[in-house]
Design a protein around this ligand. Structure first.
Ligand code: ADP
Length: 482
C-alpha cells in the first residue's frame, strides 16, 4: 500500500524525494492520522520541471494526434483497472465516502478517454478570401508549457480534467496538486509513467504553493495556467500572469442557488437537494449553497428535506454505510462554524444539525439546515464549502430569479419544475455557466464546465476543454495564377 511511504516529485521522468525544504505531512482528515510525506519542493524544483516540460514540448507536439491519444487510452484502462485501490487512497487523503471516491475515479478516468478521442478532432479552417489570389488558413497549434494547479476537493478528477486535454492538444505540463491531497495526483503520474509517456511531458511538483506559484507565474516559458480553486487565488494568478501575458483557465468558487417551483416533484427536489448539498461534505464548487422554494410548498418541501437529512450517516468515509465524511481541515470547519453563528445571531433558526461532531477525530460538522434566513447574513453571499444550507421562500418567479442572481459568483444553478415554459424562461435568465433542470449532477467529460462572473474563465470538458490549450495560427498565402 502507498500509505506511510515517502513519495517523490516527478521531474523529467525521474522521481525525486530529497529536497532542501524537507517534507510536507499528509493527513487523513477523518482521523487526523499522518498517512504520508511528500517533498516540500520549491523554486529550484519548479524551475527544473518547467525546463523539462520546455524541452519535451516540441517532440511531443510533433507526434501525430493518434500517437498522443494512444497514451491517454492506455492510461484510461490502467486507471479503471486500479479503480478500487485509487478510490481507497482518495478517501484516505480527502475524506469523502468510498462510494463517492469510486465515482470520482470513474469521472477522472472519463477525461482520459474523452480527450484520447478529442485529440484526433482538433481541426483548423480554410477561410474563403475576399480577395483574388489569396488562400487563408487557420492552423491549430498547442500553446506550449502548461502549469496545472489543482485543488483538494476532487484530488483525482481535477488532475485528469486538466492534464488530459493539455497533453492531448500537444502541450507539456507542470502539475502542482493541493498540499492536502497530493497522493492521488502522484498515482495518476505513475500511471502515465507506466504507459511510457515520454519524459518531461508530465512533471509533478509538490510543496509551498506561494513559492511554486510565483515561479510558474513569472516564467515566460509557461504559456498557460489552468487552475481550480478559490476566487481569491484565481485573482492572484491573474495579476501574476499579467506580467508576461499568459493564457488563463480558471475554475473558481461558486454559490449555487437551487430553485424549487410549486409545481415541482417535491420528493425528487428534496432528494437531489440533499445529494447536491451534502456530497463531499458540501465541498464542491457546484454544491447547492442556497435553496429558494416557492412559499406555497415551503413547509412540505422543508419537511421532506429534514427527513432526508436525518438519513445521512456521518463518519470515516472508509466505513460501511457512511454517507458524509469530515471537512478537509480546521480552516474549513471554522468557516462553517462562523457562518452558522453569524446567521443565528441575525435571526436564523437551525432546523437540522448545527453542531460540530468529534467523531473519529477529524473535523466534522453535522449536516445543517437554516430557516428564517435573510439577506444580510454572510451565508447568503459567501461560498460555504461545508454541510450547511439556508432555505428562503419566495412568492413570484421574478423574485426567485433576482435572488438567485444576487451574487458575484456564476458557476452552477439548479431548478426544479415540471413546467417546460417556466424551466426554459428561468434557465435563460439565470446568470450561470451551468444549469441543472431537475438535475444536480451536470458534470460529465463530454460537456463544457465553467462559470461566468467571478466563478472563472474558460471551460473544462467537452470539445471546448481542449481549445483552452490551443492557439490558432492564421496563415495568409498570396498565390499567382499559373
Ligand atoms: P482552498 O482555499 O479551497 O484550499 P486554494 O485556492 O487555496 O483553495 O487552493 C487551490 C490550489 O491553489 C491548491 O493547489 C493550492 O496549493 C494552490 N494555491 C494556493 N495559494 C496559491 C498561490 N498563492 N499561488 C499558486 N497556487 C496557490
Amino acid at each position: 500500500m502507498l500509505v506511510g511511504t515517502k513519495h517523490g516529485m516527478y521531474i523529467n521522468g525521474e522521481w525525486i524525494s530529497e529536497t532542501a525544504g524537507g517534507v510536507i505531512d499528509v493527513y487523513n482528515p477523518a482521523t487526523l492520522e499522518k498517512i504520508a510525506e511528500v517533498p516540500n519542493g520549491s523554486v529550484k524544483e519548479t524551475e527544473r520541471a518547467i525546463q523539462a516540460a520546455k524541452v519535451a514540448f516540441e517532440p511531443w507536439a510533433n507526434l501525430t494526434a493518434r500517437e498522443r491519444s494512444s497514451y491517454l487510452y492506455k492510461a484510461y484502462h490502467k486507471m479503471m483497472e486500479r479503480k478500487e485501490e485509487l478510490a481507497r487512497l482518495l478517501t484516505l487523503e480527502q475524506g469523502k465516502p468510498l462510494r463517492e471516491a469510486r465515482g470520482e475515479i470513474e469521472f477522472a478516468a472519463s477525461f482520459l478517454l474523452w480527450y484520447a478521442e478529442e485529440a484526433n478532432r482538433v481541426y483548423g479552417e480554410m477561410i474563403p478570401s475576399s480577395k483574388k489570389g489569396k488562400r487563408l488558413w487557420v492552423v491549430p497549434k498547442p500553446i506550449g508549457v502548461v502549469a496545472a494547479i489543482t485543488p483538494w476537493n476532487f484530488p483525482s478528477a481535477m488532475v485528469t480534467r486538466k492534464v488530459a486535454p493539455a497533453i492531448a492538444a500537444g502541450c507539456t505540463v507542470v502539475l502542482k496538486p493541493a498540499e492536502q491531497t497530493p497522493l492521488s495526483a502522484i498515482e495518476i503520474v505513475k500511471i502515465f509513467e507506466e504507459v511510457g509517456l515520454p519524459k518531461g511531458v508530465l512533471n509533478l511538483v509538490t510543496g509551498d504553493p506561494i513559492e511554486i506559484g510565483k515561479v510558474l507565474m513569472e516564467s515566460s516559458d509557461v504559456r498557460s495556467i489552468t487552475f481550480t480553486g478559490s476566487t481569491e487565488v484565481g485573482k492572484l494568478l491573474m495579476k501574476g500572469s499579467a506580467q508576461n501575458v499568459k493564457k488563463l483557465s480558471l475554475e473558481l468558487g461558486g454559490h449555487a442557488p437551487l430553485l424549487v417551483l410549486e409545481d415541482a416533484d417535491l420528493d425528487l427536489a428534496a432528494e437531489l437537494a440533499v445529494a447536491s448539498k451534502y456530497r463531499n461534505c458540501g465541498q464542491t464548487c457546484i454544491c447547492t449553497n442556497r435553496i429558494f422554494v416557492q412559499e406555497s410548498v415551503k413547509e412540505e418541501f422543508t419537511r421532506k428535506l429534514q427527513e432526508k437529512v436525518k438519513q445521512l450517516q456521518m463518519g470515516n468515509g472508509l466505513d460501511d454505510g457512511v454517507t458524509i465524511g469530515p471537512l478537509i481541515d480546521k480552516g474549513g470547519l471554522e468557516k462553517v462554524k462562523r457562518q452558522v453563528e453569524d446567521a443565528i445571531s441575525k435571526g436564523a433558526n437551525v432546523i437540522a444539525g448545527g453542531k460540530e461532531w468529534k467523531g473519529p477525530g477529524g473535523y466534522y460538522y453535522e449536516p445543517t439546515i437554516l430557516n428564517n434566513v435573510s439577506n444580510h447574513m454572510d451565508i447568503m453571499y459567501e461560498e460555504t464549502f461545508g454541510p450547511v444550507v439556508p432555505i428562503v421562500s419566495y412568492t413570484t418567479i421574478e423574485e426567485a430569479i433576482q435572488a438567485a442572481n444576487d451574487t458575484d459568483y456564476g458557476l452552477a444553478a439548479f431548478l426544479f419544475t415540471n413546467d417546460l415554459s417556466k424551466a426554459i424562461t428561468i434557465m435563460e435568465r439565470l446568470e450561470y455557466g451551468i444549469i441543472g433542470i431537475n438535475d444536480v449532477f451536470p458534470g460529465t467529460a463530454e460537456a463544457p464546465f465553467g462559470g461566468v462572473k467571478q466563478s472563472g474563465l474558460g471551460r473544462e470538458g467537452g470539445r471546448e476543454g481542449i481549445q483552452e490549450f490551443i492557439e490558432m495560427k492564421y496563415v495568409s498565402i498570396a498565390i499567382k495564377d499559373v
